[in-house]
Design a protein around this ligand. Sequence first.
Ligand SMILES: [Mn+2]
Length: 435
Amino acid sequence: MQPVYVSGHRNPDLDSIASAVGYAELKSRLEPDTQYLPVRLGELNPQTRWVLERAGAQEPQYLPHIRLRACDLMRTQLTCVGEGDAVRHAGIAIDSDDYDLVPIVNGEDVLVGVVTARALARRYVRERHDTGVDTLAVPCSELMEDAEVLASPDDLVSDVGEQLKHSHQGTAIVLDEEGRPAGLLTRSDLVSPMRRRVLLVDHAEQAQAVPGIEQAEIVEILDHHHIGSIETRAPVKAVFDPVGSTATLVIERFRRNGVEPSRESALLLLGAVLSDTVILKSPTTTDRDAAVVDYLERALEIDARDFGRQMFEASSNVADISAEEIVRRDAKGYKSASGTPFLVAQIEVVGRGLLARQDELLDAMRRERSSQGVALYALMVTDILDNGTELLVAGDVGAAARAFGVEPANGSSSLTLPGVMSRKKQVAPKLLAAL
Ligand SMILES: [Mn+2]
């Protein structure tokens, strides 16, 4: 039986990975006859890697696509016959396996050709007729021909089918890396092929889903976003429940079923709730997210807020990134009402660690300001946990200070702006009006 892949969205975040791992664990425990396999659709972000490491959990397997592959459909019950064996053995194999051909292999079990039922019949009839001699004792190598359609286990069934259409043999031989037959695919296998199965967590948008989703069978959707563009052929259980994270829904289902998550999954899921809700502070947070965090805090015997803060600190670590890159990588250009060009960059941090590099950052900003020919270059150092921004300014600090109605500390090039988080809504408009 093929597994059910449990998949979050592309460019996976922690919630997508943790929910896939956690929900696959729960489903496997509830339905032991089905294998639920968590997968990832891309590289893990630093936050996810940090939590996986803390939890001692495995990185989920990478799933490049969910289109049907030769290995999903091929028949693995097959008899191969040695090239030196008598043709009689090929006949027996064809008869017992009910294929139209039999793979012929050398001493290393590597495919060297095929003997087809048609060739066998033709030869037998002709020689009986001509000579009255039973020819079934000659070696297979005498009757052998080249295999017309060869495939690798990962080849797409649609591609193999296309080749089979134009082949007389009507059967594809799937070879492993060493060239040994691993399975067979016949034309009749392609008539109404099965689909690979997937359970979607944390998304329901076709463009965010695993490539080939339109060919797959979606068995369930568990999500906390808006209802997206996914289409299904059959009715499926689909949940779109607006809580702070999909991990919240996963933990609620563990509890409802009286199942305790493993320690690894519990820590991953806790990280995911804290990540999506910015430690229960984002406006999307609900009481149910808080209840799940309470439960996990007790189950894991850890301080969730402290864990969350460490998680954000570890993943917002920019110590290794140069000042040039920090001031450049998320910079947006503007022109004020009076025609003054300026740039505002932003970096999200946790804690005040980055501000120790203030002089270095300001030097880089001054260089950028002159090379880009702007009047003012600002960098928002935004603390996502403390809900505030330290605005570093290269240019007329006094003018920027007046725009926000604050006083810069004596001789300082930085403004403290509590509650300011949004460049678009809280910073750019003020500078656009004031400069
Ligand atoms: Mn999410």
